[in-house]
Design a protein around this ligand. Structure first.
Ligand SMILES: Cc1cc2nc3c(=O)[nH]c(=O)nc-3n(C[C@H](O)[C@H](O)[C@H](O)COP(=O)(O)O)c2cc1C
Length: 205
């Protein structure tokens, strides 16, 4: 069997906790099912508060994957030599974007992102804010320049999602794509969707 893919999920205090909940529930099922991934979770100080508001309940109790302490710099993915493959920050606040863009590794979450960047591994940032100021855009640009994938929490509608969960999956599915994990969470844009929608050609993101 090939080596398990090691994935870090960071959750911050931006709105969008349901995206994180959906991603973690998918990954947790995959850890227990196919068993081809290992997952570590890290949180910002504000993440539990926003989770409680948006999802209800205690974030740590809701997650059945290893959650590391905010300042646990001995966590495996705090070091490049441990060889973790990829990280997604879902959702990512503008504060965390700014800190990561400027190399401020003051928590395990920002340190883990810093490690992904320095090791030239996969970092997927799912920012959530509106509108975006020039400061936000410049920080996101700085992250894109060092190789991070900026994947905004912008759901799509062309797959005709039925309900909030399917809408969340239009973003979570793209996060999984960029983490390099095959999945069937979303309908792929292709000839059948084009026929039913009346659109003739060109892809969709
Ligand atoms: C209910 C709620 C929603 C928030 N939504 C956002 C948001 O969408 N984007 C953002 O950048 N900050 C948002 N904030 C503010 C952040 O939580 C705050 O800036 C915090 O300092 C971010 O810290 P962190 O990056 O360490 O999580 C929100 C705060 C609350 C309480």
């Amino acid at each position: 069997m090939s080596r398990k893919k090691k994935i870090v999920v960071g959750i911050t205090g931006a709105s969008g906790a349901p995206y994180a909940r959906r991603l973690l529930s998918y990954l947790s099922a995959r850890v227990r099912g196919a068993g081809d991934v290992e997952v570590g979770v890290c949180l910002s100080a504000t993440a539990p508060e926003v989770w409680a508001l948006e999802c209800g309940g205690d974030l740590r109790e809701a997650i059945d994957l290893p959650v590391y302490g905010m300042r646990d710099y001995k966590a495996p993915f705090a070091s490049g030599s441990a060889g973790w493959d990829a990280m997604a920050i879902v959702p990512c606040s503008m504060g965390t974007c700014a800190r990561v863009a400027h190399g401020i590794s003051d928590t395990l979450l920002t340190r883990a992102a810093d490690v992904m960047i320095k090791e030239r591994r996969t970092l997927v940032v799912v920012p959530r804010e509106t509108p975006l100021s020039v400061i936000h855009l410049e920080n996101l640009t700085a992250l894109a320049r060092v190789g991070a994938t900026i994947l905004p929490a912008m759901p799509s509608f062309y797959g005709k999602p039925e309900g909030v969960d399917q809408l969340l999956d239009t973003v979570v599915g793209r996060v999984l794509d960029h983490l390099g994990l095959e999945h069937d969470l979303v309908k792929r844009w292709g000839p059948s969707e084009q026929e039913t929608s009346g659109v003739k050609k060109e892809g969709r993101s």
